[in-house]
Design a protein around this ligand. Sequence first.
Ligand code: PEP
Ligand code: MN
Length: 338
Amino acid sequence: MILILKKDVKEEGLNAILERIANAGLKPHISKGEERIIIGLLGDSRAKEKEYWETVPGIERVVRVLKPFKLASREFKKEDTVVDVDGVKIGGKSIVIMAGPCSVESKKQIIEIAKVVKKYGGKILRGGAFKPRTSPYSFRGLGVEGLKYLAAAKKETGLPIVTEAMSIEQVKIVSEYADIIQIGARNMQNFSLLEAVGKTKKPVLLKRGMSAKIEELLLAAEYILSNGNPNVMLCERGIRTFDTSTRNTLDISAVPLLKSITHLPVIVDPSHSTGKRALVTPASLAAIAAGTDGLIIEVHTNPEKALSDGMQSLYPEQFKLLVEKGRKVSAAIGRTIL
Ligand code: PEP
Ligand code: MN
């Protein structure tokens, strides 16, 4: 349930409403807009019906949110959420490109790739320092050293950083270096980790689990939002299907569907969803046409030697072309690439 308060509600009136909410065994989620206050009721809202709240002084309107996700829903917030990452606005009119290697491999490597990303139109640098790998014997990232190299690349290029935190213990150190904390597909339903990033105010890129339904993705986002962090971006990165000809199956319909039911920005990862370099550009163009707010793309200056995901990493020239074509598709749908 969402309570929309009257414009002239004073502090006393608000406190009285909050007391009623507490007495009903519910938790309030307060959003103070420019004009009025909106309160989301979290918990079992059957405790008190819509009609009850409509009679409470100071409340102008009550909206029942039928969906299981509340704070993430369009009913709760009509306008698109725009996440501000160090001045780069994600979720607005412009489409934002994030790019970089799968893993940070050395200081030289990440700085070299960061320069390519910047030169060809990327606005955010990606690079994993803590890597979730299927096999424990694969390269699992440089850890804190990798974060330091990302900081060096940021210093050199000015590009903000997106990088993954895999566990609660890593959240603190990752938030010191990252401008966006990535929650990987394998951790989408690691609820304690979601709560931990929810307690920070850092922007979060929440990747869809490989077998997760859209509703489960939004409920995962709800864990972050309900812990006080409104800066959540959702990422479609492909899901597991019966087909093994691509690494995953890009669920392109997830983009317009998500845009219709949530106000949160939607990002597409054409690299992990296809797993094949040749498919990354077409998938990116489709994602732009479908209404994505951004792309996160793997780019490498020497993909053959990459320590992870070389097969799906673009060569610098391919990345350049992707952005050029992307600009044309964006223009065709009345948007621009930032
Ligand atoms: C990644 O972005 O490097 C990654 C591991 O992605 P995902 O969690 O989507 O597999
Ligand atoms: Mn990767």
